[in-house]
Design a protein around this ligand. Sequence first.
Ligand code: GDP
Length: 367
Amino acid sequence: MNEKYVCIGCGSSIQTEDPTQPGYAPESSLNKEDIICQRCFRLKNYNELQPVPLTDDDFLRILNGLGQRKGLIVKIVDIFDFNGSWIPGLQRFVGKNPILLVANKVDLLPKSVNKNKVINWLQAESKKLGLKPIDVKLVSAYKGIGLEEVMDSLDEYRNGQDVFVVGCTNVGKSTFINRIIKQATGENDVITTSYFPGTTLDLIEIPLEDGQALFDTPGIINHHQMAHYISEKDLKKITPKKEIKPKVFQLNCEQTLYLGALARFDFIKGDRSSFTVHISNEIEIHRTKLENADALYEQHKGGLLTPPSGDSIDRLPPLVRREFSIKEPKTDIVFSGLGWITVQHPDVVVAAYVPKGVEVMIRPSLI
Ligand code: GDP
């Protein structure tokens, strides 16, 4: 078969040999008019994630390619996984091109969260990591919140040039792009694909009114994402589906909270105090005495402490401890990819544990 087929979902060249590589589709699907790869098919029909390996070389080629083109870079991050959504060195690679930071999944934040504080936090964190976005926008690609504003910003900041959308896998980039397509065109079938100089990867190209285009780049796998250490079933559990309901715990010092078996929080020093947990409503929170916490984990991870459940607990890297001495009232301990715990009172010492490779950090409370 010499003719080249391209997936209408992600733009990969269709191949029928290797199910683990991008663009795999079974032979039988080649007779259809619109060919879609197995990964996109599953994502669309079963809401199932199938990671596609993108080698570091491909990744570097894409980033280098962006630096050689002129246009607006739209970087999508997941508000619940800022570190896991990070593309190291992006600013260096994209050169002088402006970057618009779009933070997705705003629909999951509790109503009490102050949006300006979220934007300030995102700006401060970006700066720490060496990125200077021209602007920060909050959206829910899923619910369609904030999209018109983003569209206006795209038009304003792109200055008549192309737009390149970049992001790690699982941040909601596909959902965002699909929304943009609907908003920009009112139909689904105007997507074309385009060979991107310097890479072997096809990009999805969405024509814009003035002859320029919006390009979707492949999702980049960030190995610091909690998502890579757990099963697809558990990923659905830990990814909140609706607005998070904060849960308040009154703790004495030397008490521990387990967030499933994925994270642990120790209250080490300080007066009895309240701690507000913001994680998916489906993760079980377990309270225990600090002195019993290690033994409990060894005996009950994957069972009483879940997710991860069953055998998939063996894929989880060991938990790593970080201690924080909190001086300010209302400080969030952020567990990347999971959520956060607000420490309400100052002058306490706490420890946070996350699987090795996953980030944990503190920030002023968003509420
Ligand atoms: P991609 O890998 O970056 O292309 O991400 P997807 O678009 O496939 O989305 C990853 C997961 O996040 C899916 O389960 C989506 O349903 C979910 N998702 C995407 N956008 C949003 C959003 O705005 N809000 C919520 N709650 N979930 C979202």
